[in-house]
Design a protein. Structure first.
Length: 316
C-alpha cells in the first residue's frame, strides 16, 4: 500500500482536514468532499499552530461529484449526517476499497448486522477509528493543530480483528505523520473515548467553557467525573470493560489546554449539535439495561434549550 492512492475524505472538519493534509503531503491523490461547492478554498489545506504546513494539491468536491473508485474512503462527519452518506458509499469503491469511519459516540456499526443498510460495504472492508486529537477548524480548508502527548488514531475492524489490508493502512498513516496504532480492543476504546465526549462536549456547549476552564473547576470536575462513571457502567452492561478510569480521563484533559470541544465549535458556528451518538444513544442503552444515568439525562435535557449559534450570556 506504499504506492500513491486515490483517497476520498468525506467531511471538511478538523479531523478530516488533518488526515487529508497529511496523506496528500505523503504523495497520495486526496479529494475532500463537503456539502457546498461554493465554499471551496484556494490553496488546498493550510495548517497552523503546533504544525505548520500547506497541502496545496488537495482537491475539493461535493459528495455527488466524487468520482470513484477510491482506494480509501475516509468518513469524518457527525453521526447525524451518516444516514445520507452510508447508502452512497458502495458507489465510491470496489472490492479492495477500505472504508474508515472517524466518529465520536456510539458508532453506527455497534450493533450492525450485515445487510441492514443498502449500499454499506461488507464488514471486512470497514475500519473503525477512534481518535484522540484536539485540533480546530478555523475556516473552510484551514485548521489549527494542537499536539499533546497521547494523541493517537486507533484502527481496527469493528470486531477488533486485523488483517493484511488493515496493517498496511496503519503503516501508511504512520508514514504520513499521523500517530496511528492498531487497537485490538476497539470496542473498549469506543467507550473510553465516549467517557470524555459525553461529558466534556455537552458541558462546554452549555457553558461556553474550554477544556481547562472545565477540568480545573472543582464543581464542574465533579459533574464530569459522575457522568463518566455512568458511561463506564453502561459499557459494562454492554459487555465492555473500560480500561481508563474517570479520574485518568480528566487528568489527560488537563494537558490539552483551553481547547474548545467540537460541540462548542458547532454551537458557535451555528451547526447542528451531535446529541444522538454522544448522549441519546447511551441513555437508550442505559434504559435497556435498567441503569440510572441522571447526569447524562441532565446534560441532554439542558442541551434541549441550546440553539446553535445563540450567543452566550455576557460575563460568564
Amino acid at each position: 500500500m506504499s504506492y500513491p492512492q486515490r483517497i476520498a475524505v468525506i467531511g471538511g472538519g478538523s479531523l478530516g482536514l488533518f488526515v487529508a493534509g497529511h496523506l496528500s503531503l505523503a504523495g497520495h491523490a486526496v479529494t475532500v468532499a463537503q456539502r457546498s461547492s461554493t465554499a471551496i478554498p484556494e490553496g488546498g489545506i493550510l495548517a497552523e499552530g503546533d504544525e505548520q504546513w500547506q497541502a496545496s494539491k488537495v482537491g475539493y468536491a461535493t459528495l455527488e461529484t466524487l468520482n470513484g473508485p477510491f482506494d480509501q474512503v475516509i468518513v469524518a462527519v457527525k453521526s447525524h449526517d451518516l444516514p445520507e452518506i452510508l447508502p452512497q458509499l458502495g458507489t465510491l469503491g470496489n472490492a479492495k476499497t477500505q472504508y474508515l469511519f472517524l466518529q465520536n459516540g456510539v458508532p453506527w456499526w455497534w450493533s450492525y448486522q450485515e445487510g441492514q443498510i443498502a449500499g454499506v460495504p461488507p464488514k471486512e472492508q470497514i475500519v473503525a477509528v477512534v481518535v484522540y486529537h484536539a485540533s480546530e477548524r478555523t475556516a473552510v480548508g484551514r485548521l489549527k493543530v494542537r499536539r499533546v502527548p497521547g494523541d493517537r488514531y486507533l484502527l481496527a475492524r469493528t470486531d477488533g480483528s486485523t488483517d493484511a489490508a488493515l496493517e498496511a493502512l496503519v503503516a501508511q498513516w504512520q508514514q504520513a505523520g499521523i500517530p496511528t496504532h492498531y487497537a485490538p480492543d476497539i470496542r473498549a476504546e469506543v467507550w473510553s473515548k465516549l467517557m470524555g465526549n459525553a461529558t466534556f462536549n455537552p458541558m462546554s456547549a452549555i457553558t461556553g467553557a474550554g477544556m481547562s476552564d472545565m477540568v480545573f473547576n472543582p464543581q464542574v470536575r465533579r459533574v464530569l467525573l459522575a457522568g463518566m462513571e455512568e458511561i463506564s457502567r453502561i459499557a459494562a452492561k454492554e459487555g465492555v470493560q473500560v480500561k481508563v478510569t474517570p479520574e485518568a480521563r480528566v487528568k489527560r484533559a488537563e494537558d490539552v489546554g483551553n481547547t474548545r470541544t467540537s460541540m462548542l465549535q458547532d454551537r458557535l458556528a451555528g451547526r447542528r449539535l451531535e446529541l444522538d451518538a454522544l448522549l441519546a444513544t447511551p441513555i437508550a442503552l442505559a434504559e435497556r439495561h435498567g441503569e440510572a444515568v441522571p447526569v447524562l439525562r441532565t446534560l441532554l435535557g439542558s442541551l434541549s434549550l441550546v440553539q446553535p449559534g445563540d450567543p452566550f450570556v455576557s460575563g460568564r
